[in-house]
Design a protein around this ligand. Structure first.
Ligand SMILES: N[C@@H](Cc1ccc(O)cc1)C(=O)O
Length: 325
């Protein structure tokens, strides 16, 4: 089994050999993703969640870290607020399809205040340079001056991998520097270097630039109703042809590639008979090629994307509504 066949939306694994060895015998192997609690899941969360679903299906044990202490260190609110948000996040992950029985949800605060953890963290603080830790964090908070909390953050993230007894650390490509720090620095304090898997980052929906995020620009969240999804996707940047240089990112295609095709066997683009009738795709590449050639009109692609995103999000959206009622 390879990274590509196992996790449909993996951008890279570090290293291939280590990952292949884990996949050859996933029994009892643990994978995790950590999330700073946020009240509403959005596409960024869902892409890593897809990787977890794939790995769960392949036989890995899945751990979801609700990183309450990290969110606190990152200035995301009072500790009580963060804990409450984490609980809502858990509900939405389950509604999205993670198996309740097979998924272990852990709050960071359950183990990050233990004496051994804290002492290890301080030891890592003595062996890791300030510069390295700050650089690892820089990706996460663009333009922000690092606080002392921000340089403890990556050290703790590295130690989480050890204390959660994780074999494979999963995260978006933006977690790469933290994971590389973990690979280099954990052995300095006597622990193994973790194997890592990184999922792609989807560009902003409206412009295709940068990273789709909930704090800036346009993303799709689990709160969005059908009409909102249609409107956001309808307004999305979707150049009719792919850019051979690869500089122009098409977020509509990215969502098909990383979000829709990994979760559906076939994608049907509905079209009235006078425009050639329905199109059916088993593979992302075929859809992208048809968009390039003009066989598939961007508007029809967008309508189909809205339909499939809505199907993915609906159970979590309903769960959110129940929690609020
Ligand atoms: N750094 C992750 C959150 C995280 C925190 C702790 C971890 O162990 C793992 C992940 C993010 O930006 O969302």
């Amino acid at each position: 089994m390879t990274a590509d066949s196992l996790v449909a939306a993996a951008e890279e694994v570090v290293t291939d050999e280590e990952f292949d060895a884990l996949c050859a015998d996933p029994e009892g192997k643990r994978v995790y993703v950590g999330y700073e609690p946020s009240g509403v899941l959005h596409v960024g969360h869902l892409i890593t969640a897809n990787a977890l679903l794939d790995l769960q299906a392949a036989g890995f044990e899945v751990v979801v870290l609700l990183a309450d202490v990290h969110a606190y260190l990152n200035g995301k609110g009072t500790f009580d607020e963060i804990r409450e948000t984490a609980e809502r996040m858990r509900e939405q992950f389950l509604a999205y399809g993670l198996d309740d029985e097979a998924t272990e949800f852990v709050f960071g605060s359950e183990f990050q205040f233990d004496d051994d953890y804290v002492l290890d963290c301080f030891q890592l603080a003595t062996t890791t340079s300030l510069n390295r830790s700050q650089r690892a964090m820089a990706e996460l908070q663009s333009g922000q001056t690092a606080s002392v909390g921000h340089v403890f953050y990556p050290l703790m993230q590295a130690l989480d991998i050890v204390y959660l007894d994780v074999d494979l650390a999963v995260g978006g490509l933006d977690q790469r520097k933290v994971h590389m720090l973990a690979r280099d620095e954990l052995p300095e304090v006597g622990y193994d270097a973790p194997t890592c898997l990184h999922t792609p980052i989807v560009g902003d929906l409206a412009t295709g630039e940068g990273k789709m995020s909930s704090s800036e620009g346009t993303t799709i969240s689990m709160e969005d109703d059908r009409a909102t999804i249609e409107q956001k996707v309808g307004d999305a940047f979707c150049p009719p042809e792919r850019d051979p240089e690869g500089d122009l990112v098409n977020p509509v295609l990215e969502l098909f590639e990383y979000q829709v095709f990994p979760r559906f066997e076939t994608v049907v683009v509905e079209r009235p008979d006078q425009y050639g009738g329905d199109l059916e795709y088993d593979e992302y590449e075929d859809l992208a090629t048809d968009l390039d050639s003009g066989e598939l009109h961007p508007q029809d692609a967008k309508d189909a994307l809205a339909e499939y995103l809505d199907r993915l999000i609906a159970p979590g959206r309903e769960r959110l509504a129940e929690l609020r009622a």
